[in-house]
Unconditional design. Structure first.
Length: 277
C-alpha cells in the first residue's frame, strides 16, 4: 500500500500492486473497460466449468486484497467470490473485465482531506432480490469520518428478503453496527463522545418509518429480531435516519452494477481519484 502526504491531506493507493497484477496476467496491453462490471450483463455468461480452479481462486484472492483501497471494485469482487468452488468460463470473463477496468485507472486511490471536524455519517442501501440465481439481496454501506471515506462493505444477505423494505432494513442494521463501532473508536481516540445523533442516510422511506415508529409491529414480524437493533439506536438518539434521494445514494455502488456516468459520479463523491493520471 502506497501513501502520499501533503499539507492538504493524505492519498492511499495500491498502484504498484495493480501494475504487478496486470503484468502477471498479461493485461498491460488490454483494452481498458469503463466499469468493473457491464451494466447490461444480466449475470449471463458461458456456463462451461473452468478447468484451472487454482488460477481463478488465486486471482480472486488478489482482487479481494485490492479492495482495501479500491471500493470501486468491491461489489464485483464480492459477487465473483461466491463462485470460488465451482467457477465457469463466464466467471473468468468477469475477472477479466475487472482487470481491464484496473488497466484504465491503475493509480486510483482514496483521497483524505484535512478537514476541521470529525463528524461520522453513513450511507446504507440494498439491491432487493438482485441475485438472479437465489434471489438474495445485496447489502452495501459506506461510512465517513470528518468528510473522508473510512470503511465500506458489499455483501450478499444470508436469507431471502420478502420485501425491499426488509432488504433495506438489514442493510441499515449492518451499517448501524459499523457506525456504533466508529463512534466508540473515536471516543477512545479523542475522549469526547459525539453529542449529536449519527446520520445514516437511506433512500427507502418505509424502512426509515419502521426504524423510528414502534407501532409497525404487524409489518415487521417477518424481519429477524436483530434488525430491530436499528430502532433501539434511533430511540436512544445515537443515530438518526434522514431520507436521501436514490440519485444521491453513495452506497449504490456497493449493491449493483451501474452505468458509466452514475458510477463515475459516485466515485467522485467518495473522493476516489487517480493523482497519477
Amino acid at each position: 500500500i502506497e501513501v502520499a502526504t501533503s499539507s492538504k491531506g493524505l492519498f492511499i493507493s495500491q498502484r504498484k500492486y495493480v501494475m504487478d497484477l496486470l503484468k502477471e496476467t498479461g493485461k498491460l496491453a488490454a483494452k481498458p473497460a469503463d466499469t468493473p462490471m457491464d451494466y447490461n450483463s444480466k449475470f449471463e455468461g458461458d456456463t462451461t466449468p473452468l478447468f484451472d480452479l487454482r488460477q481463478f481462486q488465486r486471482l480472486v484472492g488478489k482482487l479481494i486484497y485490492l479492495t482495501i483501497t479500491r471500493p470501486d471494485i468491491s461489489y464485483t469482487v464480492s459477487y465473483i467470490s461466491q463462485f470460488l468452488h465451482a467457477p465457469t468460463l463466464g466467471h473468468m470473463d468477469l475477472v477479466d473485465r475487472v482487470l481491464r477496468y484496473l488497466k484504465s485507472c491503475p493509480g486510483k486511490g482514496i483521497w483524505m482531506k484535512k478537514n476541521d471536524h470529525t463528524e461520522i455519517i453513513g450511507y446504507a442501501d440494498a439491491d432487493w432480490a438482485g441475485n438472479p440465481f437465489d434471489r438474495r439481496s445485496t447489502s452495501g454501506f459506506c461510512t465517513f469520518v470528518g468528510g473522508n471515506l473510512v470503511t465500506w462493505k458489499s455483501k450478499k444477505q444470508s436469507v431471502v428478503a420478502q420485501s425491499s423494505v426488509e432488504a433495506e432494513y438489514r442493510a441499515m442494521a449492518s451499517a448501524t453496527s459499523e457506525l456504533i463501532w466508529l463512534r466508540h473508536l473515536l471516543y477512545d481516540l479523542t475522549l469526547r463522545r459525539p453529542v449529536t445523533p449519527i446520520k445514516l442516510y437511506c433512500d427507502n422511506q418505509a424502512a426509515i418509518h419502521i426504524a423510528s415508529n414502534p407501532v409497525f409491529h404487524e409489518r415487521t414480524k417477518h424481519i429477524k429480531v436483530d434488525c430491530h437493533f436499528v430502532r433501539e439506536k434511533v430511540q436512544r438518539k445515537i443515530i438518526m435516519t434522514p431520507y436521501i434521494q436514490s440519485e444521491e445514494q453513495l452506497a449504490d455502488v456497493f449493491t449493483k452494477a451501474l452505468p458509466k456516468n452514475t458510477f463515475q459520479n459516485i466515485l467522485a463523491k467518495l473522493a476516489l481519484i487517480d493523482i497519477f493520471a
